[in-house]
Design a protein around this ligand. Structure first.
Ligand SMILES: Cc1cc2nc3c(=O)[nH]c(=O)nc-3n(C[C@H](O)[C@H](O)[C@H](O)COP(=O)(O)O)c2cc1C
Length: 145
């Protein structure tokens, strides 16, 4: 029987620490550059920046994802990358976005559902695990159409 499934897709979520704090202008330039390349590679996803920490979800075919990730993981502007999720997916969660973006302050994170329990204990974006990352990304996807 011929498979009806779309070509294999992967989703990758990582957190990292910015080498230094980023200005709005630097973030805007990064997004413009990323969107251009991601569109060409048919990579979709979202980047969250919070007080010097990044969280990013990237989706695409294994080949395109590995080309983009080779650059991203090698980028000296952030470090301490930890992959939280790397899994095959049936469909994209961020299909419409070559790279969505949300900037979150500590206050924003505290205000998220369950955020007070987690972030009030002094934790920050770079302390989250895969379950919390999924919840956070789903929230930002809903609130940043
Ligand atoms: C936190 C962070 C996220 C990034 N996300 C992307 C991305 O989604 N797509 C992309 O093409 N480049 C992204 N970049 C930029 C790449 O690291 C790299 O500078 C760019 O792709 C150019 O790659 P090249 O120098 O290998 O040509 C990101 C960089 C950082 C620091």
């Amino acid at each position: 029987m011929v498979s009806q499934e779309s070509p294999q897709l992967r989703q990758l979520v990582y957190i990292s620490a910015a080498a230094r704090l980023w200005t709005d202008e630097e973030l805007a330039a990064l997004l413009e550059q990323s969107r251009r390349r991601n569109e060409a590679e048919e990579v979709t996803g979202m980047l969250v920046y919070s007080d010097g920490s990044f969280m990013q979800v990237l989706e695409g075919t294994p080949e395109s994802l590995s080309r983009v990730c080779d650059s991203v993981f090698d980028d000296q502007r952030h470090r301490g990358l930890i992959t939280l999720i790397d899994q095959p997916i049936r469909e994209r969660s961020f299909g419409g976005w070559s790279m969505g973006f949300a900037r979150a302050t500590r206050q924003d994170l505290l205000g998220l559902p369950g955020g007070n329990d987690f972030f009030a204990g002094g934790k920050c974006l770079s302390d989250i695990g895969s379950g919390e990352a999924k919840t956070l990304l789903a929230h930002f996807r809903r609130t940043n159409p």
